[in-house]
Ligand binder design. Sequence first.
Ligand code: TYM
Length: 330
Amino acid sequence: MDTVVSGIRSTGNLHLGNYFGAIKNFLKMQKENNCYFFIADYHALTTHPHPDDLHGNIKQVLAEYLACGIDPETATIFIQSDVPEVSELYLLMNMNAYVGELERTASFKEKVRKQPDNINAGLLTYPVLMAADIIIHKANKVPVGKDQEQHLEMARRFARRFNTMYGVDYFPEPDAYNFGKQLVKIPGLDGSGKMGKSEGNGIFLADTPQEIRKKVMRAVTDTGPEKPHQTPSEPVKNLFTLMSVVSEPETVKFFKDKHANCEIRYGDMKKQLAEDIVKFTEPIRERIIEIHSDNKYLAKVAAEGAEKARASASKTIREVRKIIGYRPFA
Ligand code: TYM
């Protein structure tokens, strides 16, 4: 049995990238493993959300998690800020994380480029908090998408460094995990890059069928293949990637053959893709609406999750404090 931890930032609604990059693997793991799934609402503070938005987003993401099928009876579902032990481990781990390595992190460098007027220390130490989230439950598997690979590598390094520094074999080194072996990157509809919350290129699980159809029909393509068996351009490849996660294999093959024969009509392909996405998201959307309106249920899930997560986290903190040298006068 593995211990599994994964989280999602509460900065907006969940999209297909979150589902196929991380949640799908959670769902397969939750029955047989010791699973912790949480809403990273401390991480969400790096963008300085308004208190009402912070609260609303946490509630929305919790409802969406549950609507996807994460089961609070078998897994521990909790909200990061309900487990203050994680902030203590974050402080302790910060002492062994070096500014140079944090500055070299790809996600930090990207923030420096994109939002030069808000380079706060929380952004710099974001991978340390993420490592604390994982190792506080002594996780060995972390289902994530490709974009989190470097952060996971850092979590492994921080765990290893702690063990070496104190001469213990305490924290396991957590592995980024996908059943298909390769971590996945779900692309956006804008022709390049990954689907993201802040990229404005996402299809959200809570989108209505009309919104989905509109977004997909607007997706970037090209002017069509010029010769048979031409490799698809980046934007078209992206549509095929999306199709490969929501459509039947025969459907994907049908349009790939059409592309290979230069007979493809992107309008038809998009229509099919939109309908297959709607078929996938519609039952989830209906459950989101239902669960979101049930405050009592959400409060119960959060309270029970916090209790279970705190039991595991406080045990680690007690042991870590002892290893570091915080001991009672005996
Ligand atoms: P976040 O909220 O950006 O994304 C949540 C999960 O969704 C995956 N993901 C994707 N996978 C494939 N293709 C995409 N386009 C795509 N977009 C997002 C992410 O890889 C992630 O698995 N730092 C994390 C949250 C976090 C966390 C943790 C995760 C905090 N502490 C501890 C795991 C363990 C983040 O911002 O993910």
